[in-house]
Design a protein around this ligand. Structure first.
Ligand SMILES: Nc1ncnc2c1ncn2[C@@H]1O[C@H](COP(=O)(O)OP(=O)(O)OP(=O)(O)O)[C@@H](O)[C@H]1O
Ligand SMILES: [Mg+2]
Length: 374
């Protein structure tokens, strides 16, 4: 057997876990400022006080979830008096579901599925908090899922005004959001706003050099030496930057390595990365589309449908066909297009002619976009 071929029981993965997208990396650089700010916000909670409320904001794949999860691990290693509860609002997006998760964290099991009222569960939570002198810190990740049917107000009202009903309870919240447009302080009503008063922490996209460092560290941990050459690393970095989403890069490493392994090779080749990218890039599409609001989804749908016929779309034409479907002003329409450009869903450019024409192209195949909207 040739030396550069793998034996059937050999692998090029040093630690496959490291290349899973929900893996919380040990090495977590370029987010020191945000981690420090988060630590500052929760500090009162370590002394029995109410943590300051926080909003973490940034585009998909900028390390928001990871930062909060790391903070929570540190808290749990330090104290039992401040209990962090992480809620994924994509899964738990009603007041009752969220309160049930909090109960589970404190009591060790979910409340009985039927016949339990919201009040009973919250009563039980408050009893535990008071008896054990516990301060609660609740992270609502992907909180844009709570913006429908006023759920955000119901949840925040319950948590932040709990001390009015249950004296001695202290609860702080961290809201995580990947929609840059949403101004949470304005989305909440006055009764909530007066007790919410959050500090906002921004998570800007990683730059070229940062993406390179992060990918390099991941590859070093996840793959054996020599599997990913400098040249292939560059290719991975380049593709990751195209989507602006680190998740694409991590998935790319995993898929290219699997491809190399399936052909019993010891190193990743250009073709592995290119083939993997054809799949990994949709991670960003799916991740971004899930954060869009109804109006934005409708615009993206119109763009995708038109793109099946014309690759380059004139913004004015798109607007006119959209207006037949929904009452929307040009300013708002254009704002959304600009946002989609920032999110790397579309490219927006200008063409000089009679005045400047605004041209939109989709960054993904229209069929894939329509699929992601389905
Ligand atoms: N500074 C970093 N160093 C190493 N890995 C990172 C870093 N930032 C993010 N990652 C990795 O990138 C991926 C995406 O990060 P994360 O889930 O924290 O992003 P997010 O901002 O919560 O995105 P979304 O808004 O889509 O939920 C994760 O796999 C995470 O491990
Ligand atoms: Mg996240």
């Amino acid at each position: 057997m040739k030396k550069d071929l793998l034996m059937w029981d050999e692998t090029i993965f040093r630690d496959p876990e490291v290349l899973e997208i929900d893996y919380v990396p040990e090495q977590f650089e370029f987010r020191d400022t945000q981690m420090r700010e988060l630590a500052f916000q929760i500090r009162p909670g370590l002394r029995g006080g109410r943590p300051l409320n926080t909003v973490c904001k940034g585009l998909p794949g900028t390390g928001k979830t990871t930062s909060v999860k790391k903070l929570f691990t540190e808290i749990e290693e330090t104290t039992k008096k401040l209990v962090p509860v992480y809620i994924n609002c994509q899964i738990d997006n009603t007041k009752f579901a969220i309160i049930s998760q909090i109960y589970k964290k404190l009591a060790g099991h979910l409340p009985p599925a039927s016949g339990t009222s919201f009040k009973q569960v919250f009563d039980a939570i408050a009893r535990i908090l008071i008896k054990d002198e516990i301060v609660l810190l609740v992270a609502l990740d992907d909180a844009n899922y709570l913006l429908y049917e006023n759920e955000i107000n119901k949840v925040l009202y319950t948590l932040l005004r709990s001390h009015e009903t249950y004296e001695g309870t202290r609860i702080g919240v961290i809201i995580i959001i990947s929609d840059l447009d949403i101004d949470i302080s304005r989305a909440v009503d006055a009764r909530v706003a007066s007790v919410f008063l959050p500090t906002e922490i921004d998570f800007p996209p990683y730059g070229d050099e940062e993406v390179r460092e992060i990918m390099k560290a991941r590859a070093r941990q996840g793959l054996y030496q020599g599997v990913l050459s400098e040249e292939m690393l560059e290719l991975v970095v380049e593709q990751t930057l195209k989507s602006g989403d680190l998740r694409v890069g991590i998935d790319l490493l995993k898929r290219s390595a699997l491809a190399a392994e399936s052909e019993a090779r010891r190193s990743i080749e250009r073709d592995d990365v290119c083939k993997a990218y054809a799949i990994s890039k949709y991670l960003h599409l799916a991740g971004t589309v899930k954060t869009l609001k109804d109006e934005e989804r409708q615009i993206l749908k119109v763009l995708a449908e038109r793109s099946t016929r014309e690759n380059e779309m004139n913004a004015g034409d798109v607007f006119r066909s959209l207006k037949e479907l929904t009452p929307i002003g040009y300013t708002r329409f254009y704002e959304i297009i600009r946002k989609m450009d920032v999110m790397r869903l579309v490219n927006l450019h200008y063409r000089d002619g009679k005045g400047r024409t605004r041209i939109i192209t989709l960054r993904y195949e229209p069929e894939k976009v329509l699929e992601s909207l389905a």
